[in-house]
Design a binder for this molecule. Structure first.
Ligand code: B4P
Length: 191
């Protein structure tokens, strides 16, 4: 069983690479962004709480995110391991995740950060906004806010894992297959 965190700024390719990782390593995918978007689509109260934050490019409050991840982990007791995509995004979330996994006796094995420069991130998100229908991808100001929130609130999570000797990074620019190859080389050390 392996538990991985895929980390990076908005638009770094976490969702894109997650699809390939779960297929190859048979992990259960937990994308907090996808879970929120599903709840918004279904009109649940969780979705309504999350939408106002997401529309502005802000983080959803920790207690909402952590409760949702806790429920998702509990609902898949037979998982072969988890790939956490876009979570944790704050140090408080990282600490909560360590606590949740402590009770399952299966800690995070490693985290992999995707490095992508800011101009490329903006280009990718605006490009996705042309077809995704995501309001947070369609407005340059919201995208700039998401990147600023990443630097302010999310980047300290990298230090959190670095202190646990679990931090790895790969270049997130180039072909999707080449990036996946770099990621696979890291994961293969744990399987
Ligand atoms: P997320 O859904 O996590 O997504 P993301 O940051 O927008 O993007 P990701 O990195 O997954 O990019 P993707 O692969 O799709 O978050 C959305 C919002 O939800 C947050 O802003 C926040 O409000 C909320 N939220 C989620 N989790 C939270 C948490 N834990 N705490 C609080 N709030 C939370 O790639 C982007 C684009 O790039 C795609 O169009 C893709 O095709 C393209 N691309 C990918 N790889 C490429 C490559 N190698 N070359 C060229 N293009 C590439």
């Amino acid at each position: 069983m392996i538990n991985l965190v895929l980390f990076g700024p908005p638009g770094a390719g976490k969702g894109t690479q997650s699809e390939k990782i779960i297929e190859k390593y048979h992990l259960t995918h937990i994308s907090t962004g996808d879970l929120f978007r599903k709840n918004i689509k279904e009109g649940t109260s969780l979705g309504k709480s999350a939408q106002e934050y997401m529309d502005l490019g802000n983080l959803v409050p920790d207690e909402i995110v952590i409760g949702m991840v806790d429920e998702k982990i509990r609902s898949t007791p037979d998982a072969n391991g988890f790939l956490f995509d876009g979570f944790p995004r704050t140090v408080a979330q990282a600490e909560a995740l360590d606590n949740l996994l402590y009770f399952k006796d299966n800690p995070i094995d490693t985290m992999i950060a995707l490095n992508v420069d800011e101009d490329e991130l903006k280009k990718r998100l605006l490009n996705r906004g042309l077809t995704s229908g995501r309001s947070d991808d369609q407005d340059e100001e919201k995208i700039a806010n998401r990147i600023a929130v990443y630097h302010r609130e999310t980047s300290p999570v990298a230090d959190y894992y670095n202190k646990q000797m679990k931090f790895n990074q790969v270049v997130g620019v180039g072909s999707i297959d080449d990036i996946f190859l770099s990621i696979s080389k890291i994961i293969d050390a744990y399987v």
